[in-house]
Write a protein that binds this ligand. Structure first.
Ligand code: SF4
Length: 433
């Protein structure tokens, strides 16, 4: 069966999740018409309203089944466009997936009849199984990991199976790699850490590792088929969790004479200079750390597993080995005092002086996180604030604003945690750091 697959992505990066879905769909003998919506225009959007016709354009000439991958910040725009589209094409079957709808799968199915299915579990074979099921017997859906409505009741069975084997060679030939700058690679599924602000969907006790030889094959394939300047980016949150595996990967890159430049996520409490040197020698030139706060009190509360002294030490050492070192910080915790924020700012200034790249974010309100469960009473809706989970609502047309406001409980990204010093914090954070 031929389906349409729509993903919002940055045109210059590889839309990896779609390519894994396609690999699985083709394994189940389905073919795919892939439509990518470029996020470049969203970046340029800044304080201008989103041109929703750019999303709606992607819906044109689609097949009967339309699968859509969507991140949190685009979920309101996507749902809004789907509703309009479905009015004109009520016969289309809409399957929504990606991180955006995960936490609200049941609520979305309950509220929006325009959405037929939400894929809730992370196994990339679920979409393929669902399409096969729809082809064979439309009225009797037996696939696990999918939320849908039957006889007015919400149905969902968790798919417990270990699914790392379904992350096999993604169908890279579906896109033109010559225009890509970053070739993203997934080598580990899951995250063993327990950051209190992060969704339980991201966390898992057991990590699933793809065989390193498979990763090496993917890199070789990319070098043959992409532009020579392409960089490789490991998107595994737990990349350095298993040091031996990192050493093995570095050795394999050398043994195979793969002279590539690559980047990854680090974790302060798992790094040391010996590891940094090994990574650098095999081509790692860029590393990203989630630091989250300069206050040890906050670091303890959000369970980062390290203190600010160690973070400073590892960041400075990293700069000796890697060309680009990025440290991400969060502010706006409901239990963060002004003094805590000042400690964060002092740390940021120190790191700035040492040429560490800084990314500060306002804490995002996410369902089911430890912080949300404790402080949800303090959440407040805002039209003007922007986090990594939303774009400011202020410049949008009235109709769209009303849509968001009428579905506030699903679009949590427009909220923040209100607390005593919040207004003062905004003023501080709006100044150049
Ligand atoms: S924030 Fe990142 S490191 Fe922390 S639990 Fe979530 S995915 Fe893991």
């Amino acid at each position: 069966m031929k389906i349409s697959l729509i993903q919002i992505t940055n045109k210059r990066n590889v839309p990896l999740s779609s390519l894994y879905l396609i690999a699985n769909l083709e394994k189940y003998n389905h073919s795919v018409d892939l439509k990518l919506i470029d996020t470049q225009y969203i970046k340029q959007k800044q304080n201008k309203p989103l041109k929703s016709d750019l999303i709606e354009k992607a819906f044109k000439n689609t097949n009967k089944i339309v699968a859509i991958g969507c991140q949190n910040n685009m979920l309101p725009y996507m749902l809004y466009s789907i509703i309009k589209f479905k009015k004109k094409h009520p016969d289309k079957i809409i399957i929504l997936g990606g991180y955006g709808p995960l936490e609200f799968a049941e609520e979305i199915i309950e509220k929006f009849n325009e959405i037929n299915f939400v894929v809730k579990d992370r196994d990339p074979s679920i979409l393929a199984k669902l399409v096969t099921n729809l082809e064979d017997n439309h009225s009797n859906i037996k696939v696990k990991g999918v939320v849908f409505k039957k006889n007015n009741k919400i149905r969902y069975t968790h798919s417990k199976k270990d699914y790392i084997d379904n992350y096999f060679f993604p169908k890279r030939h579906k896109i033109n790699l010559k225009n890509q700058n970053l070739f993203t690679l997934l080598s580990i599924e899951g995250c063993p850490y327990k950051c209190a602000f992060c969704s339980p969907f991201m966390q898992s006790k057991k990590l699933k590792f793809r065989p390193l030889d498979q990763i090496i094959e993917e890199i070789k394939w990319a070098l043959k088929n992409s532009n020579k300047k392409i960089k490789f980016g490991f998107i595994d949150e737990a990349f350095v969790y298993n040091k031996k595996r990192v050493y093995d990967l570095c050795n394999k890159l050398k043994e195979n004479n793969l002279k590539i430049k690559w980047s990854c996520y680090g974790r302060i409490n798992h790094m040391d200079e010996e590891l940094m040197k090994k990574m650098k020698d095999s081509g790692c030139d860029s590393i990203f750390y989630g630091i989250e706060s300069g206050s040890d009190k906050i670091l303890k509360q959000i369970r980062k597993g390290f203190n600010s002294k160690l973070a400073n030490d590892i960041l400075i050492k990293s700069k000796k080995y890697f060309k680009e070192v990025t440290a991400s910080f969060i502010w706006g915790y409901p239990f963060e005092s002004l003094n805590d924020l000042k400690k964060t700012l002092l740390m940021i200034q120190f790191l700035n002086l040492n040429k560490i790249k800084i990314l500060p974010h306002l804490l995002t309100v996410m369902k089911n996180t430890e912080i949300y469960l404790k402080y949800k009473q303090k959440t407040k809706f805002s039209e003007s604030l922007s986090t990594s989970m939303n774009y400011p609502l202020k410049p949008e047309p009235k109709e769209f604003k009303n849509f968001v406001k009428n579905n506030k409980e699903i679009f949590l990204g427009y909220n923040y945690y209100d607390h005593d010093s919040f207004k003062k914090k905004i003023k501080i954070m709006n100044r150049p750091i």
